[in-house]
Write a protein that binds this ligand. Sequence first.
Ligand code: SF4
Length: 334
Amino acid sequence: MFQEELLRWYKQNARKLVFRQKKEAYSIWVSEIMAQQTRIEAMLPYFERFIERYPNLKSLAQAEDDDLVKIWQGLGYYNRVRNMKRCAIQCVEQFQGQFPKTKKELCKLPGIGEYTAGAIASIAFDEKVSAVDGNVIRVFSRFYHITDDVSQMSTKKKITELVDASLTEPISDYNQALMELGALVCIPKNPRCTACPIQKECQSYAYGDADSLPVLAKKKPRRVENPTFYIWVCQDKIHLKKRSQKGLLAGLFGFDETLPEAVEEKRSLEPYTHIFSHVEWHMKGIVCFVKEKSEDFYSLSQIHDKVSIPSAFQPFLKQTEKIIKEREKCQKSL
Ligand code: SF4
């Protein structure tokens, strides 16, 4: 049975991940949401900062939105952290500040899908349920040599049924072992089959075509947009405005998309391309020095310490900062 080999391998090879060792629902949840957008090693500093600031659901439920977004800066997909707050509020209101203990109940919370619910329920509460993420889909599609397109719901369903049928106790270790195998051995390119504990029963290994699985239909090309941003600057302060509550980077701080009225001087910035999941922004940036300062101008130190600027705008912010400093230097030397 491959499960025994897998569990044995897991005991000897699992990474000692701080959030998994505790078997505690809150840490598992935070780590799983973060891991949806970045590699585990890269997310660890974010995780530690987040847990220090918001150690439990109660503190998260009371978080200031701007603080929350600031602490999430660099991870992108800000809707996820907003949903986390909504989820925390719901847990405080309905479950005395705790997570419900079953996958079924967890799935009803904002921002928690089947996978995250399965991970929390099985790892923290030992419920015998599956947690099928991209890693597990890859392992199973290779192990059972499934050549259907895994982006199709029907294929995902078929794989989930196979995972469900394979569930073994201790469930917490088994699910984590599958995730870990996908992360460390059965990796997307050049799987390390010679080091794989379940190689003997793996059908793709026998066929010799593991590298060609899983089959994933080509995605539609991203839509290209060409926005121009006008960075209004008054002395050493930059104008920022909250973006609309709808569309990309909704509700976050950004630069203006209109020219200010009285421009003293204009400077073009190096263009920058930012890639979102379905859209590419081929961005132009123009720094506009203005005399009149209205509200919503922020100093560079305020921006660094208190305001969260989405990564799409960071290159323009850096270039603007450089221009402001050079200009100050020039003016002093006059
Ligand atoms: Fe993946 Fe290779 Fe192991 Fe099969 S033998 S599960 S393809 S790493």
